[in-house]
Design a protein around this ligand. Structure first.
Ligand code: 4G1
Length: 197
């Protein structure tokens, strides 16, 4: 499964090379292509944003720069997702559906957002990770990549997969314990002691 991330801060995604997703990348199961939107600025100062028509605070990302970044990665079977607080909130059902996509292009906003015209032209779907204010769409993009990649064949070990259909999918799990049998005076429930570790 391939993700192409359009962002002003590609370095933020280095963290994805660690842990389970990192291993999936090494195995070639997941491919994360990072596109720095700033590379598509035609301006000599590499400007990517401008003041909003109608006034107001902050800056808006310019449509042409975003469009050119998009054009550099789009194929005939790409799905373009704009991470946005206005989108429908991501849930596990949506995560599963997205795992069937071949190529997902993730557009990350910064400042006060992106010029509406380029969004109208290129975005297939707007998705939010929740109702709070963030400084950019990068962390939401990583949340989506992490949650969707778990469903790509071979990313999780067999154990986690089997457990998944019973426990995680219901988002209902029992409290978990490991050694020691007693911690700060609290014991592992008696019923669990006859079973591993
Ligand atoms: C108005 C939160 C603006 C934020 C109302 C969840 C938040 C992307 C998300 C904002 C963002 C509320 C998300 C806000 C996000 C452009 C740059 C939008 C960052 C931006 C409740 C800033 N899930 N936020 N605006 O946070 O991108 O996906």
């Amino acid at each position: 499964m391939k993700f192409s991330v359009l962002t002003l801060f590609p370095e933020m995604f280095e963290i994805m090379k660690t842990s389970i997703i990192g291993r999936a990348i090494e195995k070639g199961l997941v491919n994360i292509e990072l596109i720095n939107i700033r590379d598509f600025s035609k301006n000599k100062h590499k400007k990517v944003d401008d003041t909003p028509y109608g006034g107001g605070a902050g800056m808006i990302m310019m449509p042409d720069v975003v469009y050119d970044a998009y054009s550099s990665v789009k194929t005939d079977n790409s799905k373009v997702i704009y991470l946005s607080p206005q989108g429908k909130t991501l849930n596990q059902e949506k995560v599963k559906l997205l795992s069937n996509e071949e190529h997902i292009i993730l557009l990350c906003g910064h400042y006060e957002g992106i010029d509406q015209r380029v969004l109208d032209e290129i975005v297939d779907e707007e998705i939010s990770i929740g109702d709070y204010v963030l400084t950019g769409g990068e962390i939401p993009a990583m949340v989506l990549i992490d949650s969707v990649s778990r469903y790509v064949d071979g990313v999780l070990n067999e154990e986690s997969r089997k457990e998944e259909s019973f426990a995680n999918d219901d988002l209902l799990e029992y409290p978990q314990y490991t050694r020691p049998e007693e911690f700060h005076g609290m014991k592992v429930p008696e019923v669990l002691l006859s079973r591993t570790p």
